[in-house]
Write a protein that binds this ligand. Structure first.
Ligand code: ZN
Length: 187
């Protein structure tokens, strides 16, 4: 077991349970912790700050205010799109998450809020915007990041596509990663 403590540029495996208003809304499955590169904004800022310096095996309750989690709820964060302009392949179900590029080409997440005969209303607030979050976390493992992970700012492992683009990812089963489609897009 490593003597490392959670710090920037280290890869952290963490079990967690998330409560909002006293109900559990999310948790990691037994033996399947959340794994992320600390200090690179891979998790919400308030949680990243709170676990700094924790050791393997240590648990903690962490309260994170909305502003340090998924942001405040912004009532003006809605747009209406004429139904005719809406891509046909997206299912028109309330709550469906879609990616929308802003004017800088950055991808934002929006959620279908309302479906009318002639227009679709999109909500750009995260479903947990405006909510204070209560985490119970346990640090399971800490390891050094590889040079490639540091360069990409995210972890590479053997089950998840490192880029979150499962459809066309060429990640190999041995954990090596072909992130070309990602780096071409962002670099
Ligand atoms: Zn990568």
């Amino acid at each position: 077991m490593s003597n490392l403590k959670v710090n920037k540029d280290l890869v952290v495996s963490m079990d967690y349970e998330l409560k909002v208003e006293n109900s559990i809304v999310d948790f990691s499955e037994e033996g399947d912790p959340l794994i992320f590169l600390q200090g690179h904004g891979n998790i919400i800022p308030g949680l990243e700050k709170a676990i700094q310096g924790m050791s393997v095996g240590e648990s903690k309750n962490v309260s994170v205010k909305a502003a340090e989690a998924y942001g405040e709820y912004e009532p003006e964060n809605f747009i209406e799109v004429p139904r005719a302009e809406f891509p046909e392949e997206i299912p028109l179900e309330i709550g469906t998450e879609i990616g929308v590029n802003d004017e800088n080409g950055e991808e934002l997440s929006a959620y279908i809020e309302e479906v009318d005969v002639d227009k679709i209303t999109l909500n750009f607030n995260h479903p947990l915007a405006g909510k204070d979050l209560e985490f119970n976390v346990k640090i399971v493992e800490i390891r050094q990041a590889t040079a490639e992970e540091l360069e990409h700012g995210h972890i590479h492992d053997d089950h998840d596509c490192c880029c979150g683009e499962d459809e066309d990812c060429d990640c190999e089963q041995d954990g090596s990663c072909d992130c070309n489609h990602k780096s071409e897009a962002t670099d």
